[in-house]
Design a binder for this molecule. Structure first.
Ligand SMILES: Nc1ncnc2c1ncn2[C@@H]1O[C@H](COP(=O)(O)OP(=O)(O)OP(=O)(O)O)[C@@H](O)[C@H]1O
Length: 121
């Protein structure tokens, strides 16, 4: 049990490290919190919440894995190395693809509701 609690602590430490050092991570956390607030305010359905939660988990996990890749790359290759660059670029590309997916889901769920609200006003 103690071990389990300790590993939660490590996970929170990892989250804190990413939040303290990565601007993109902070931007994505704010975007995901905004999506959750919008979901609450616009009374989205259970099915729509599942998509939003999937996007939150994907985006935040991708950012955390990308942070791990960046830190490890800097550790292994502090000097310029083309392969180190490819590793970081591939990590960044993975985050971009997931962010685009999340943006698409957000537009599909929220845009019609926001347009309907504007028309009703
Ligand atoms: N050791 C390296 N060797 C070769 N190219 C690198 C190296 N480190 C970084 N790069 C190149 O610079 C880009 C930016 O790297 P950097 O580590 O600054 O990441 P970042 O995405 O700007 O993240 P952050 O600013 O949060 O550290 C990489 O995607 C890669 O193309």
């Amino acid at each position: 049990m103690k071990k389990l609690i300790r590993s939660f602590g490590y996970a929170f430490k990892g989250f804190g490290y990413a939040a303290a050092t990565q601007l993109n991570f902070r931007i994505h956390v704010v975007a995901m919190l905004t999506a959750c607030l919008l979901g609450y305010a616009l009374h989205i359905s259970a099915g729509e919440w599942m998509w939003v939660m999937l996007c939150v988990a994907l985006v935040i996990s991708a950012e955390l894995i990308n942070t791990a890749i960046e830190v490890l790359t800097d550790l292994v290759s502090p000097e310029y190395n083309a392969k180190a660059g490819h590793v970081k670029d591939a990590g960044a590309a993975a985050v971009l693809i997931i962010a685009i997916f999340a943006l698409g889901v957000g537009l599909i769920i929220f845009l019609p509701k926001i347009i309907a609200l504007i028309h009703a006003a």
